[in-house]
Design a protein around this ligand. Structure first.
Ligand code: BYC
Length: 488
C-alpha cells in the first residue's frame, strides 16, 4: 500500500519530513520543493517567531487527523519542532462549481488557465497575512499575563505558521515557477517594514499589548474567518479543501479573542464593585485599581474594528465581481443562499458617500460582494460584542460597548477620504484632530495599558487586570504548567 493511502482515511502521513494528507510521499516534485522551502521557513520562524521562547516546552495541540472529532493531540512541544504540515479537508466526489459563470461544472482539480493570475493573487494575499500576524505578536510572550494565555498565543502562532504552509503548498503544487517565487516572497516581506511591508494594511500595525492581541484575534481573525469561508466556496477544489481545514483552527483563535476581552471585562467590573466605584467613566479611579477602564476597551475595539473593516477592500469592487464570476471566491454560506448564484441582474444595498452625505444606494450585487461580506462580518462581530455587554450588565455596571459606524477611521473604500465620529456624524479635519483621542487609543492610554503588562508566569496565577478562564485547555486543572518556560 502506498503511503498516500493514509489520506483516504483522513489520517495524516508523518513518514515524510512534512506531515500531510495529500500524498506527498508520492509527489516527488512538490515534496522536494517544500523540503527546499523548509529551512527558509525555520529561519524565518527563529528570527521572526515568538521572541525568547524557542526552547520552551509548550503544551500544544497538533493535528493528527482531519476527522473533526479526533484531530487534536495535545503534548509538550518546542515550537521550532512543531510538525507544520499540509492538511486538506477530504475531497467530495461530486463537488461542483457552485456560483458564477461556470456554475454547474465539475469543481476544478487544476488551476483554470485564464484565471491563474487572479487565483494566485488570492492565495498570495491569504498567505501573506499568516506570517504577518506572527511577526506582529512576536514580543507578547514576554509580558504574558499567565502561562495559560502564553500557551494560547503560541498555539495561535504555530497555527498561523501552518496556514502559511497551506498556501505555500498550493503555490508549489499548482503555480510552477511563479508560485515558487511567490512562496519565497512570503518569507521576505515583514510586518511594518517600510521597504517590504506585508500586503494588507492591518497586518502592518503594531500589536503592542495583550489587549490589542485579544482585540486582534476577535476582530481581525474574524475577517480571516469570513475570507476563508468565501475561499472555501471556491470552484478550485484544492483551495476550498485547504480553507475548510484552516477554518477548524480559526475558531480557536476567535475563542482566544472573545474570552480574552471577556476576562478583562470581568476583572475590571469585579475590581470596580469591590472598590465601590460605580461610574465607569471615572477613569482615574478605575485605573488606580490596576485594571483597564471600559472606555479604553471601547477605544481599542474602535481601532481594531475599523482596521479590520479595511480588510474587506472597497465596497464596490470589480475585483470581487471578477473573482465571483470566475468561480474563485464565493459569498459567506454561498450554497445556503436561495438565489441564482450568478447575480447578473440582482442588486445589493451599499453605504456610500454621495454629495457630502452617507447614503444607502442599490448597486449591482456582483460588484457589491465585498460590502455583502462585510455586512455578514459586522453581524458576526455584533454577536460577540453583545456577549461582552452581558458580562457588564451582570456586574450591574451602566456601560455598553458598541461597534462604531463603518465610516469611522477608514483608510480603504468609500469613506477613506472623510472623517466621521463613531456614531457616523461627518466631521471636519479640525474636529477630527481635536476629538479623535476620545475614540481611538491615545499615547497616554497606550502607556497605561503598557504599564500593566508585567509577566505573570506562575502556574495557575493571573495578572491583576485579567480574570482566570472558566476552564483550562484540554480540561487541564487551573494550576497546570501550560508552558515550561526555561529561559536562559
Ligand atoms: N490594504 O477592489 P478592491 C486572515 C487593494 S485575514 C491594502 O478595493 P478587492 C488572518 C487590493 O489588493 C484574511 N491594500 O478590493 C487574520 C487591490 O490591489 P490591486 C486574508 C488593499 O481586491 C488574522 C486594490 O486595493 N485573506 O486570514 O476586491 C491572522 C483595489 O482592491 C486593501 C484575504 O483577504 C487593504 N486593506 O478586495 C492571520 C482573502 N484592500 O489588485 C490571518 C484574499 C484592498 O489593485 N483577498 N486593497 O493591486 C481578497 O479577497 C481581496 O484581495 C481583498 C481586497 C478582500 C483583500
Amino acid at each position: 500500500m502506498s503511503s498516500s493511502a493514509a489520506h483516504v482515511e483522513g489520517a495524516v502521513d508523518y513518514s515524510t519530513k512534512i506531515p500531510n494528507n495529500v500524498g506527498l510521499a508520492d509527489d516527488a516534485r512538490v515534496l522536494k520543493a517544500l523540503e527546499q522551502w523548509h529551512p527558509g521557513y525555520i529561519d524565518w520562524w527563529m528570527t521572526m517567531g515568538p521572541d525568547g521562547f524557542q526552547t520552551s516546552d509548550v503544551y500544544l495541540r497538533t493535528a493528527i487527523s482531519i476527522d473533526p472529532k479526533g484531530w487534536a493531540k495535545f503534548d509538550y512541544v518546542k515550537m521550532p519542532e512543531y510538525r507544520w504540515g499540509i492538511l486538506l479537508a477530504p475531497q467530495e466526489n461530486e463537488r461542483k462549481v457552485n456560483f458564477g459563470a461556470f456554475k454547474g461544472e465539475k469543481a476544478w482539480q487544476e488551476v483554470p488557465g485564464e484565471h491563474r493570475a487572479s487565483l494566485r493573487r488570492l492565495v498570495v494575499i491569504q498567505g501573506d497575512t499568516e506570517p504577518a500576524s506572527v511577526e506582529q505578536q512576536r514580543h507578547l510572550g514576554k509580558t504574558a499575563p499567565s502561562l495559560y494565555d502564553m500557551r494560547n498565543l503560541f498555539q495561535v502562532n504555530v497555527e498561523e505558521g501552518r496556514h502559511l504552509w497551506a498556501m505555500v503548498y498550493l503555490l508549489h503544487k499548482y503555480f510552477g515557477k511563479d508560485g515558487r517565487e511567490e512562496a519565497e516572497g512570503l518569507l521576505q516581506r515583514r510586518s511594518g517594514d517600510v521597504d517590504k511591508p506585508r500586503m494588507l494594511g492591518a497586518f502592518n500595525e503594531a500589536t503592542p499589548d495583550w489587549l490589542s492581541f485579544f482585540m486582534f484575534t476577535f476582530f481581525t481573525d474574524r475577517d480571516g474567518k469570513m475570507q476563508l469561508e468565501s475561499l472555501a466556496q471556491s470552484g478550485f477544489d484544492p483551495l476550498s479543501r485547504t480553507c475548510r481545514f484552516m477554518l477548524t483552527e480559526e475558531a480557536h483563535h476567535m475563542f482566544v479573542g472573545e474570552t480574552g476581552v471577556g476576562r478583562v471585562i470581568e476583572r475590571t467590573c469585579a475590581a470596580m464593585k469591590a472598590a465601590g466605584v460605580e461610574d465607569p467613566y471615572d477613569i482615574a479611579k478605575v485605573r488606580a485599581l490596576g485594571v483597564i477602564d471600559l472606555p479604553t476597551l471601547q477605544k481599542k475595539a474602535n481601532l481594531h474594528f475599523s482596521l479590520s473593516l479595511d480588510l474587506f477592500g472597497s465596497e464596490v469592487s470589480t475585483n470581487a465581481a471578477n473573482f465571483y464570476n470566475a468561480g474563485l471566491k464565493g459569498r459567506f454560506m454561498e450554497t445556503k443562499i436561495d438565489d441564482d448564484h450568478a447575480l447578473t441582474s440582482a442588486t445589493y444595498p451599499v453605504l456610500k458617500f454621495i454629495d457630502g452625505q452617507i447614503r444607502m444606494v442599490d448597486e449591482p450585487a456582483l460588484t457589491a460582494l465585498n460590502m455583502r461580506l462585510r455586512d455578514d462580518y459586522v453581524k458576526d462581530c455584533q454577536g460577540g460584542v453583545s456577549r461582552w455587554n452581558k458580562l457588564i450588565e451582570k456586574a450591574g455596571i451602566k456601560f455598553a460597548l458598541t461597534l462604531p459606524s463603518v465610516a469611522f477611521n477608514r483608510h480603504i473604500g468609500e469613506f477613506k477620504d472623510v472623517k466621521a465620529s463613531p456614531d457616523g456624524k461627518l466631521l471636519t479635519e479640525a474636529e477630527w484632530a481635536k476629538l479623535q483621542h476620545q475614540w481611538l487609543p491615545s499615547t497616554d492610554d497606550g502607556a497605561f495599558v503598557a504599564s500593566l503588562m508585567t509577566p505573570c508566569w506562575d502556574a495557575g496565577k493571573y495578572a491583576g487586570w485579567i480574570s482566570a478562564p472558566k476552564v483550562g485547555i484540554d480540561s487541564k486543572p487551573g494550576d497546570f504548567e501550560f508552558v515550561k518556560v526555561h529561559q536562559g
